[in-house]
Design a protein around this ligand. Structure first.
Ligand code: PLP
Length: 282
């Protein structure tokens, strides 16, 4: 693969970052993941806007202006002949002598790489995924997309040890989100329910798109928290993320949701997302 590092295009084995980089020492870095379908970027404006917000929250600066950032996204797709998959972009505060306080004039480290991934078709779309519930033990600024991902990694690994695909995290009795996706249910009355925006969850770009598309598809939506029990009693459940779009959830803690197969509203919303976002890809 050809990767991008601080203005240079390099073979992946040639790309090196300092051991003093604050991304490495303090997880002092933010990231974005953008899906690529047919060589085009999906929902890019949303990802670019969230990047800006994450940077501002951490008083970090972007080494590239908006046009250059879009240009490197397009170039990395072209240089790797990427048809379907994802672009990972990370900006860290950069290298500095180890000290908890932010350095005064850091030089950020920016890196991008691609991964091939089947997004449009996946065997899990047929069956849906199973999730387990786990306490949400992450820090409380989940609205900032930092690389501080140890707890989500623990949760996902635990889910796999327990023969499930992912974890839904629970705080004060309510589901926050999945390890790396937003969580949604469809009630038996056919209403989409998803947690409202706050510092408790990442403000998912796919989540926002699905809420928009639900209105157009005649699916009423309610933004509020729900409990694991309400999810278990729901007609349908699904997760959203840039790399899975809309993925049905058919079991929670071993209990089937509804008929235990991907639900019709979930499938309708996925189809609407794929169609709309592909036609608006850039
Ligand atoms: N929530 C968390 C914790 C995530 O890590 C992600 C994506 O990585 C999402 C939600 C989904 O966000 P998006 O739809 O912008 O990919």
């Amino acid at each position: 693969r050809i990767v991008y590092l601080n203005g240079e295009w390099l073979a992946e084995s040639e790309a090196k970052v300092s051991i003093f980089d604050r991304g490495f020492l303090f997880a002092d870095a933010i990231y974005e993941v953008t899906a690529v379908i047919g060589g085009k970027l999906i929902d890019y404006p949303g990802h670019a806007a969230r990047l800006k917000r994450s940077l501002a929250e951490l008083r970090m600066t972007c080494p590239l202006d908006a046009d250059s950032l879009l240009d490197v996204h397009r170039q990395i797709v072209a240089r790797n002949n990427l048809d379907e998959g994802l672009i990972y972009m990370q900006i860290s505060r950069g290298p500095a002598d180890r000290d908890f306080a932010f350095p005064a004039n850091p030089t950020p480290t920016i890196t991008l790489f691609t991964q091939e991934k089947g997004i449009l078709s996946s065997p899990k779309l047929e069956t849906g995924i199973s999730v387990i519930t786990m306490p949400d033990l992450r820090w409380v600024r989940r609205d900032i997309k930092t690389v501080q991902l140890l707890y989500p990694s623990i949760a996902k690994t635990e889910a796999m040890h327990r023969n499930a695909d992912d974890a839904w995290l629970v705080e004060d009795g309510f589901v926050t989100e999945a390890s790396s996706a937003n969580a949604h249910i469809v009630t038996t009355e056919g209403k989409l329910v998803t947690r409202s925006l706050s510092t408790a969850i990442l403000h998912g770009i796919t989540r926002a798109s699905i809420l928009d598309l639900a209105r157009g598809a005649g699916v009423p939506a309610e933004e509020r928290a729900f409990t694991p029990q309400e999810a278990k009693n729901a007609a349908e459940a699904f997760i959203t993320s840039a790399t899975s779009f809309v993925m049905p959830v058919t079991r929670i803690d071993g209990e089937p949701i509804g008929a235990g197969i991907p639900g019709p509203i979930t499938q309708r919303l996925r189809a609407a997302y794929v169609e709309d976002r592909r036609s608006n890809a850039i």
